[in-house]
Design a binder for this molecule. Structure first.
Ligand code: C2E
Ligand code: MG
Ligand code: MG
Length: 708
């Protein structure tokens, strides 16, 4: 459009210009022709009569014959005329090579440009030349004459004799063609320049206009890109516009709304509406990224409830979820909106506290959280109590990446859970060192299990009234080149923490069953072989099947296997679940023993409902009970409790003859202790028992003496 306009304007201007140039040339020709005619008429006493064209310009000359005389006949007059013209009209002289010497024009010998445009040649205007044809027809001729490599414009007027016969021509030099074209050329250049300027301006203006008009579209495209890349734009622009851009902006707003909803769903824990695991790790990563500048600090709190699964087991998941929801509400209330709270698994809450340089805020909040969460939850089902523990890590001091941060906060939490005093613990270097040692032990233990380095030793259980062997407890032993045997107290807790206890438990169960089967084959009457079962192992859904499989593999009667469980099985497992598992094991026919009774978590309330056959009284009750009447009474009461529940009672840890005698006096079904024998290798068991039994007479004598 713009180009067309420019073209049109240029065309009109050029047309106008050409017209002006042509008019200019005609004007000059006319003026020159009139001057020439006047000079000629004057010089010849008006012997030539000009004839004028339609626009009153002289087009031809007629030799006047009014006087009846041919004015050109007197030769002198013509010569004079020619001389006059030559002298007066330098243009004509130049054109037609007039010289003073010859004082004549070579009248028709001229250098007119050839009509076909070929280089000019000197030739006469004779028949065949367009100038001649024109002149002979009584018409003027305008043409260009090359002079000194330039062109001059010449106007030829025929001089006609009687009968209009061509007698000669009056050549009028109009001027340089260049000069005539100069104005035109200059105007042409100006128009071209103006066109270029206008065009450039138009392009620039157009560019600017397009840029301005497309800016909203580009901005919306960028917003769409951000959306596609998963970054949430701050706001969608141009929603206030009422045109198509506004429609597009509204469309994008709907997309962001949808994305918002999806994002919320993807990052929200459906139970509590706190952040979920994905949100937590994303926040953690962002916090650690920010902390790289050295200014940003944060603390990470990992909180969980000891034995929460018991709530689920006892009251069901619905109630468990409601407790979690209320717990989250309390946490949100304590920590406020600046904290990022997420529930990352069952009862694990992780809280990121920004701008907490030394963990002072975290500690303050942790104390509050423990206090607030320890207040019972009032549910329809009754009051429910939870016991929170907290681990705290400082970022970035304790960890530079999310995985480590989560791990170290978890370590601190575990330390808090294991601690008897502290409910919240900060991650620290010694804690880390302890964990490192544990990790090393774990690695070595794993290797030891693989290469079957772990040994089983057996400790006899003796009936104190007649020294009869009633059972053997299998106890794991880890031989070490430097330390002899590493005691299970060092590696069992680590195996339990790391889950390696499952492998270890399987190993011990298998070995003990194999050994029992061998003894049975050999006709050794050992009563039962007792195997310690850790809570984690006990909770395995496949545990009962494994036990059954072992018994089948070694063809061992179920009653010959006793599984010892500590009261710790109740810590993380609800009563009903414990009951279900125990019932399943009972169906197999194995013996079930409650180990270390009275040493920790008390299961007294539901002891009568659990299908145990045996109660092992913790060593603490027997130690020195023969010397302390109060203790003896306590020991007696516990033995009585077991017996009243119909359980076989085994006293643990009789180290002296006195303690041994006490177990007999209080009618324990069995005892196990160093007094009789420590745990020994399978091959030494028989000898040990025989030795002990042999010593009976001597012991009796000694006792008699003591009594006397
Ligand atoms: P536990 O099941 O109560 O085993 C009895 C522990 O008391 C054994 O320690 C035994 O050596 C020790 N003991 C026996 N008689 C006496 C005594 O007269 N005086 C004293 N002071 N101690 C006595 P041990 O072998 O060091 O085992 C410690 C604990 O390690 C066990 O306690 C048991 O809970 C655990 N454990 C050992 N082997 C295994 C295993 O194979 N699996 C599992 N899950 N735990 C095991
Ligand atoms: Mg035991
Ligand atoms: Mg025990």
């Amino acid at each position: 459009m713009v180009l067309c306009s420019i073209g049109l304007v240029s065309g009109l201007s050029y047309f106008e210009l050409s017209k002006t140039t042509e008019e200019n040339a005609s004007f000059r020709i006319d003026r020159a022709a009139r001057a020439a005619v006047a000079i000629l008429s004057e010089g010849t006493n008006h012997a030539f009569r000009p004839q004028f064209g339609a626009s009153q310009n002289p087009v031809s000359l007629h030799i006047a014959t009014a006087s009846g005389q041919n004015p050109l006949v007197p030769g002198e007059k013509l010569d004079e005329l020619v001389k006059t013209i030559g002298q007066a009209n330098q243009g004509a002289a130049n054109l037609f090579s007039w010289t003073e010497q010859t004082s004549s024009f070579d009248r028709f010998a001229t250098t007119f440009a050839t009509p076909d445009g070929a280089p000019a040649k000197v030739f006469s205007i004779r028949e065949g030349h367009p100038a001649y044809a024109s002149l002979a027809a009584g018409q003027p001729f305008t043409g260009e004459v090359p002079v000194q490599e330039r062109l001059r414009l010449a106007y030829l007027m025929p001089i006609l004799a009687e009968n209009n016969k061509l007698a000669g021509a009056l050549a009028v030099d109009v001027g340089w063609v260049d000069d005539l074209n100069f104005a035109e050329n200059r105007l042409k250049t100006r128009i071209a320049s103006a066109a270029i300027v206008i065009l450039t301006g138009a392009i620039l203006m157009g560019g600017l206009f397009l840029r301005f008009e497309l800016r909203p579209l580009r901005q919306l495209a960028r917003t769409a890109d951000e959306l596609a890349a998963g970054t949430q734009p701050r706001e969608i622009p141009f929603t206030d516009r009422l045109d198509e851009i506004g429609d597009l902006a509204h469309g994008l707003t709907r997309v962001t709304d949808l994305q918002d909803k999806l994002q919320k769903l993807a990052y929200t824990d459906p139970v509590t509406t706190a952040g979920n695991r994905a949100r937590y790790f994303s926040d953690l990563n962002n916090a650690l990224k920010r902390s790289k500048d050295g200014k940003f600090r944060a603390s990470l709190i990992h909180l969980d409830f000891n034995g929460f699964s018991k709530i689920n087991d006892t009251f069901g998941h619905q109630v468990g979820n409601r407790v979690l929801l209320q717990a989250y509400a309390r946490l949100a209330n304590i920590f406020g909106p600046s904290a990022q709270i997420a529930r990352i698994s069952a009862d694990d809450f992780c809280i990121l506290l920004p701008f907490d340089a030394q963990g002072a805020i975290a500690e303050d909040y942790a104390i509050q959280a423990i206090e607030m969460l320890s207040v019972p939850f009032n549910m329809e089902e009754g009051e429910i109590r939870v016991e929170p523990s907290i681990g705290i890590a400082l970022l970035p001091q304790d960890a530079q990446d999310a995985e480590t941060a989560h791990r170290v906060a978890g370590l601190a939490l575990r330390a808090a859970k294991e601690s008897t005093g502290a409910r919240h613990i900060f991650f620290s270097t010694p804690l880390n060192e302890r964990v490192q040692t544990e990790m090393l032990v774990e690695t070595l233990l794993r290797a030891a299990l693989k290469t079957e380095q772990l040994e089983l030793h057996y400790q006899p259980q003796i009936c104190p009234s007649d020294d009869r062997l009633i059972g053997l407890e299998a106890l794991a032993r880890w031989p070490n080149d430097k330390r002899g045997y590493i005691p299970p107290g060092e590696f069992i807790p680590i195996a339990e923490k790391t889950g390696l206890i499952l492998e270890l438990g399987q190993y011990v169960l298998e070995r003990a069953c194999r050994q029992a089967a061998e003894w049975r084959q050999a006709g050794f009457e050992f009563g039962q072989v007792s195997v310690n079962v850790s809570p984690l192992q006990f909770r395995q859904p496949s545990f009962a099947a494994t036990v059954r499989h072992m018994l089948n593999t070694y063809r061992l009667p179920a009653r010959m296997l006793c599984l010892e469980l500590t009261e710790n099985v109740f810590v993380d497992t609800g009563e009903q679940m414990v009951l279900d598992i125990l019932s399943e094991l009972q169906k197999i026919g194995v013996q079930l023993s409650l180990d270390d009774f009275g040493s920790g978590y008390s299961s007294l309330i539901y002891l009568h409902r659990l299908p145990f056959q045996e109660l092992k009284i913790d060593r603490a009750f027997l130690a020195d009970a023969d010397k302390d009447l109060q203790k003896e009474h306590l020991f007696h009461a516990i033995v009585g409790l077991g017996r009243s529940l119909g359980l076989r009672v085994i006293a643990e840890g009789a180290e002296t003859a006195g303690e041994y005698a006490l177990t007999a006096a209080h009618l324990c079904d069995g005892m196990q202790g160093y007094f009789c024998s420590p745990a020994v290798a399978a091959k030494d068991v028989r000898q040990r028992i025989e030795d002990f039994q042999k010593s009976r007479t001597a012991r009796s004598a000694q006792m008699e003496k003591k009594r006397a």
